[in-house]
Design a protein around this ligand. Structure first.
Ligand code: SF4
Length: 96
């Protein structure tokens, strides 16, 4: 995939900190929702998500930071786990 990162919607946002919400307050929830809304209109959302997943590898949730590809650290961790388990299942089936 040939991605033009200059198309990133987050580059147009006046306050990029919106993609790095801190704490678990009511405003945190709104900040996450606002960041996700921006991601959902981003033409490179899929590639952004794949890049984040690749960069984070097997990291646990506290070692993942910010909203990328429209997902929170916990959501990306869930995607990682799902893919990891699917790969493991395929490997076990192949080895049987
Ligand atoms: S999908 Fe990625 S590149 Fe696009 S706005 Fe969200 S964080 Fe930025």
């Amino acid at each position: 995939m040939n991605v033009n990162w200059l198309q990133a919607r987050c580059a147009e946002v006046p306050d990029p900190d919106i993609f790095y919400p801190a704490g678990y307050t009511a405003s945190h929830k709104w900040q996450v929702a606002d960041a996700k809304a921006i991601c959902n209109n981003c033409p490179i959302k899929a590639q952004c998500l794949e890049d984040a997943l690749e960069a984070e590898g097997a990291a646990e949730i506290p070692r993942r930071f910010g909203i990328h590809g429209g997902m929170t650290p916990a959501e990306r961790h869930k995607v990682y786990r799902r893919r990891y388990l699917a790969d493991l299942e395929a490997y076990v089936e192949q080895s049987a």
